[in-house]
Design a protein around this ligand. Structure first.
Ligand code: FES
Length: 219
């Protein structure tokens, strides 16, 4: 394959043939501060993004994909955009759009634009993962919390949160009640992270006081 005759810019070809920042080691050895996963191997596309964070900036972004040339080219470009000049601030990186990546790439064929959305989505998931792990969940915009976690069974993060509020405290009880993860299984890791996160949030102390830590006097 030499790329000649493709309707791709030189920049896309450069990033496709020499992708930057692919995670080549075992992800457990990489020890990322945040990990984001989107897509489904069942439909041929998947993207996993790993970030290291320093001083609220992206110190490094690594990624893995089973995507096409456009997904590879655009995610490689994205990894360069967020880590150059000392690293992009997390709140700026959150706002990166496919259009911004396509711009840097010098365009993409119109029928390939949809392939470029995986990288920035997975990056936002990785930033969210970092916010949760570091107790900064309040930085996640509210409208993002209703995203779908299990595409096979149409179960959202909000559904999982409600299950936890109704008493579910671990993944096996969640699965028993909702059947989440029993079709393709791709959502299992995300669902485990969320059920653990919300169970920790609501049940780690004897009395849950919401965000108002002082309001402890009505047991
Ligand atoms: S996404 Fe397939 S079982 Fe959840």
């Amino acid at each position: 394959m030499n790329g000649s005759g493709w309707n791709y810019s030189d920049k896309v070809k450069e990033h496709f043939f020499h992708p930057q920042n692919i995670l080549e080691s075992d992800e457990k050895e990489y020890d990322a501060d945040g990990v984001g996963y989107v897509g489904s191997p069942a439909c041929g596309d998947m993207m996993k993004v790993f970030i290291k964070v320093k001083d609220d900036r992206i110190d490094e972004m690594k990624w893995q994909t089973f995507g096409c040339a456009s997904a590879i080219g655009s995610t490689s470009m994205l990894s360069v955009m967020v880590s150059r000049d000392g690293g992009m601030r997390l709140d700026e990186a959150w706002k990166i759009t496919p259009e911004m990546i396509i711009d840097e790439l010098g365009g993409l064929p119109a029928n390939k634009i949809h392939c470029s959305v995986l990288g920035d989505k997975a990056l936002r998931e990785a930033i969210k993962d970092y916010y949760r792990k570091t107790g900064q969940e309040d930085r996640i915009p509210d409208d993002d919390k209703s995203r779908t976690i299990c595409n096979c069974l149409d179960i959202s993060e909000e559904d999982i949160r409600m299950e936890v509020l109704e008493g579910v405290k671990d993944f096996s009880s969640l699965q028993e009640r909702t059947k989440i993860g029993t079709v393709c299984g791709q959502c299992v890791d995300d669902a485990k992270t969320l059920v653990n996160f919300y169970a920790g949030k609501y049940y780690s102390e004897e009395i849950y006081t919401g965000n108002n830590k002082k309001d402890t006097d009505h047991a």
